[in-house]
Write a protein that binds this ligand. Sequence first.
Ligand code: SF4
Length: 476
Amino acid sequence: MRVLLVYPEPDTAPFYLQAPMECLSLAAALEGKHQVQIYDQNVDEQRLETVISEFAPDVIGVLFTMRCLAASYRIAQQFKQKGYILMAAGKYPTFKAKECIETGFDIALQGNVEETLSDFLDNLSLKYPFVDSTLTQPPGYFFKDTHGNHVDTGIAHSLDSNHYVLARHLIPQKYHRCYSHGFLIGSRGCLFTCLFCTSSRTGYKEREPKHVVDELEYVVNIEGHSAIHFGDDIFTYNPAWVIEVCREIIARKIVCNWSVNSRSDVPPKHWHIFDWMSQAGCKIVAFGIESADQKTLKNVRKGLKVEKILPVVNRAREANIGIRCNLMIGLPGSTYQDHLSSIDLMEAIQPRQIVASLCIPYPGSKMGNNPEQFGIRFKIPNWETLLEKDYCEPHLLGNIVEYDNISTAEIIQFAKMLVQRLEPYGYISISQDDRRSECPEKVIKTFMDRPKLPMVRDEAGRRDYYRRALESDWVL
Ligand code: SF4
């Protein structure tokens, strides 16, 4: 089969651009037996129609999250019934497979299908309904049988991280100059139980430190990135593993800046990992704080004690690591007054970056299965399309969603108050990104800030993106 894997461009320019990891892991699973091409609509000069007519794929695989929902459905509508097998893959199709099929896709992949996908494609027919439903299909697939009935083989769960290979060499080299940073994953999954998170209770598995650092070397030396983000749910979960990774980076003298995600309750006996991380080039740790109100944290099963946050972030800062704090607005049971305690905490911490997002019940999270049970009510059916962006127009918010314990006016007031209270300390909003050079140290992004990745032209006048990675201290 000839397989084109497409990473669609969302309607709004993102704040950053990185290589499409999910495309690369499916490409690695198919390579050798099938002919695979990767097309990133965000950065490719060619139009999708041109790429399709030149490559002539049998299968068009579109990989997407909620952010690219509208764009992905447009692709499905545009190319359905034109002789291509349309395959939806990624986080959104995993939990909304039926919707994907009804919108025009022929097959939806659910979960980690890397081990079975190549054989699955071998057994496809080039005629509708493409999948032979008389064969027993492995977990991870959703499609229609010859009678138009839905066949759902469930979600494929596989966390064999050491076989988490990425076909990085299939990314056209020209793409890398457009990506704002390099991206890789050292461990997969999470054992915690936060109700709003799609990674909740997905298990946890690390890759061999040597394999992780081999890949880091590739990202730095071949892809040419000097700023790298580790996309692990919790990079700091296993301190011994963190130290092994850092030891390997230091031993190989790899020079790059990198950032990670972490919980904010790293136990004191493990705080020395921040020294290792700093020595190995870590410049930012993004701490998932969500709220400084204990009752709220308990409601969402965050498993975090508020009093643990400040000492941990201070210790990371002592190790010369920049702090990013992630907050969430509208968590179940949280009133306007409860939210204000998060501003107090931000004043106390004064991190380099503050990101305050709306609590959105994503498909696949506990909340996503039943938002009303958690006091979140959507007022329109296609709310996913309107909230797909990283921001929401304040005047539209009340028409889209309502939270039981905090009104729309209070949500907007909170976001404004956060900025107002932090401004005297030198913070600027990310939507004033052109002012970053005046104050690169302290940035706030709330859901009301439209993210933007400034578009520029290169010397030859071609479309290009401003490369944050070239800023000496920038990491995601
Ligand atoms: S928010 Fe963080 S700690 Fe909670 S389930 Fe998700 S990844 Fe795990």
